[in-house]
Structure formats: C-alpha cells, structure tokens
Design a protein around this ligand. Sequence first.
Ligand code: FMN
Length: 187
Amino acid sequence: MTLTLLEALRRRYSPRKYASRPLAPQDLALIFEAARWAPSAFNRQPWRFLVTRQGTEAYQRLLAVLSPGNLSWARTAPVLVLAAALEEDERGPNRYALHDLGLACGLLTAQAAALGIYPHFMAGFDKEKAREVFGLPPHVRPVTVIALGYPGPDEPPRERTRHPLHELVFEEAWERPASWAHQEVRA
Ligand SMILES: Cc1cc2nc3c(=O)[nH]c(=O)nc-3n(C[C@H](O)[C@H](O)[C@H](O)COP(=O)(O)O)c2cc1C
C-alpha cells in the first residue's frame, strides 16, 4: 500500500520498543539523502550525523551517554545516531544551525516514515560525555540522539496528541486563526 506523505507522517510515532529487523544500508542512505536536501541559511548545511549500528562498539558508547530512562528502551533500536550542529564555520558563528539541523531531521523523519522506519529523537543524554567520547570539536554541538528502526510489533498503542491547526496557524493578524484551518484536513 502506498501512503501519502501526510498519512505516513500521521502514522509515525516515537517507538519505545523496536523490532529486531535490521535497517538495510540503502534505506539508511535514502533517509540521510533526504536530510541532505534540506534548505539552510546561506546553504551552510550545518547538520552532521554520526550513525552507529547495534552490535558495534560505537553503538555501545552512544548508548552509554543516554539518560537511564532512554537507555531502557533505546537499546532495542538497530541504529542510534548522534545529530550535531556546526555552530561555527568559515563564515563565522551560525545562529541558524539548530534551526537547520531540525529541518534536516524533519526531512529525515519524513523519508524514514515513508519507508515504515520510525525515528525517536532524544534530548535526554549527556552532551559533554558525547562530545568527549566521540572527540567532537568545540564548534560542533551535539543536539539529539536519534533511535531508528521498525516499530516493535507488541508495543501498546499510545495516544498521540497535537494542538489543532487553527491554534497554530494565523492569517493576516497574530492569533487570528486561518479560516481554512478549521476544516478537517484530508490527505
Ligand atoms: C528534540 C526532541 C527531544 C526529545 N527527547 C526525548 C527524550 O529524551 N526521551 C523520549 O522518550 N522522547 C523524547 N522525544 C520524543 C517526544 O517526546 C515525542 O516526539 C513527542 O512526545 C510526540 O510524540 P510522537 O513522536 O510519538 O508523535 C524528543 C523529541 C524531540 C523532537
């Protein structure tokens, strides 16, 4: 079954248990290729991703920097990724590095969801330890760890909630809900 992009995004959730099925290298390539095409301020492309696969020493080292709550479920993910932002490059400081890393992560999420692969982002990890363990230079800021994999089959369903569209999108004046944002959106 082919899903529309919107439907794939609606179905995606942040798993707390992953299936043991490994990720094919070509699917990983597709996911990060999508991130690569993100727009960025002055096309500075400040995103960097360090990918580790279950069963490797690097994966264990990344797992070890997670907060205990995240560690408990993230160890089921076949792939863990350290996402980092280049806060400075040859042009000088980049105030939009975090924005642009987030945008690249958004595209990565969309491509992954289209493949049935669900990312779970984590801010709960020791940034200084990650910096130290992987030898990140000072201008590189570790931002999230991303678990990637197919969702586990026996995870109890969790309710996912979002603010309604009309609370988020204004038209022509601040806090004036967009007229079309009240309707049910169909993909
Ligand atoms: C930047 C960022 C940091 C997050 N940090 C954590 C985390 O440390 N632990 C966790 O379990 N979930 C974390 N999440 C997942 C969110 O809680 C989750 O995306 C949100 O509740 C919406 O649920 P959904 O992704 O299933 O739609 C994080 C998400 C983002 C985008």
